[in-house]
Design a protein around this ligand. Structure first.
Ligand SMILES: Nc1ncnc2c1ncn2[C@@H]1O[C@H](COP(=O)(O)OP(=O)(O)OP(=O)(O)O)[C@@H](O)[C@H]1O
Ligand SMILES: [Mg+2]
Length: 253
């Protein structure tokens, strides 16, 4: 029998708006929910609001209006001191990497496990294995400032997935790597997804979107459209985006 808790969406946006100070409305009336274990791409032109949407899910921004639930918790009711616990369940690959420049590759990736209090010999095993998978075994003792953009991006990815988070938010995670590595990274994400991680991946990479055939949260002029498969026509635009759940099992277009 299905666990009742698993029916609570991992992410639930209700009529969410975001406006930066002195800026335009970046996100308008955004409404969607993501089931546990679902996999979505976030697409849209540069400046469409993809990073802004992810930053709301990571609690980096507060919405100007509307309601967001994460793992069933209403974010507007969460106290500041409770944020770290919630954030620990979320892996984030930032578009600008945000590595800690005073830590070498190994220590950057080990950080989430050390925060969890894992034993050092287990950390060593896991981190070494993952760094080998993303082709960084030779950079294990190197500091971020001496690494290329693609190398930094792979560290950011390894750090985000090392503790198999419940929710993975990846912002252009393949923007700095070649096609073969992009493919490898997506397969790593797929493995996580099979183990139950909910994936939200912002990307401009149409080859990956075509290949992996996952539904899209498509942003255009601040409005969200839900595209169930890569190259079907967008749903009719409206100021209220249609609500959908997970993998569109019951969703007809
Ligand atoms: N901190 C901020 N303050 C003011 N405006 C911002 C801020 N961050 C983003 N914006 C504006 O919000 C809009 C959406 O930006 P966002 O970074 O979310 O777009 P994006 O879809 O991620 O673009 P890209 O594909 O280039 O990464 C842009 O017009 C941007 O200039
Ligand atoms: Mg962005």
């Amino acid at each position: 029998m299905r666990n009742l808790l698993s029916s609570v969406p991992v992410v639930d946006f209700h009529r969410v708006h975001l406006k930066y100070e002195n800026g335009p409305n970046v996100l308008k009336n955004i409404q969607f929910s993501l089931e546990r274990g679902s996999f979505h791409f976030v697409t849209g032109d540069s400046g469409a609001g993809k990073t802004s949407l992810l930053s709301l899910m990571y609690l980096d921004q507060r919405p100007t209006a509307g309601r967001i639930h994460l793992f069933g918790r209403n974010l507007s009711e969460i106290k500041r001191k409770q944020l770290p616990n919630l954030r620990r369940r979320i892996g984030v690959v930032f578009q600008d990497f945000r590595l800690i420049s005073s830590l070498n590759t190994f220590d950057n990736v080990a950080l989430p496990l050390r925060i969890e209090g894992m034993k050092e010999n287990e950390i060593k095993k896991r981190v070494t294995e993952l760094l080998a998978w993303v082709g960084l075994e030779k950079c294990i003792h190197t500091f971020p400032d001496s690494l290329s953009g693609g190398e930094k991006q792979r560290i950011a990815i390894a750090r985000a997935v090392i503790n198999a988070p419940d929710l993975l938010l990846a912002d252009e995670p393949t923007g700095n790597v070649d096609d073969a590595m992009a493919n490898r990274i997506l397969h790593l994400f797929l493995e996580l997804n099979k183990m139950g991680t909910t994936l939200v991946i912002a990307t401009h990479n149409h080859a990956l979107i075509r290949q992996f055939k996952k539904p899209q949260l498509h942003l255009s002029n601040g409005v969200l459209e839900c595209l169930p498969s890569p190259f079907k026509a967008p749903l009719e635009k409206s100021s209220t985006a249609p609500e959908f759940v997970g993998e569109y099992h019951d969703f007809e277009i």
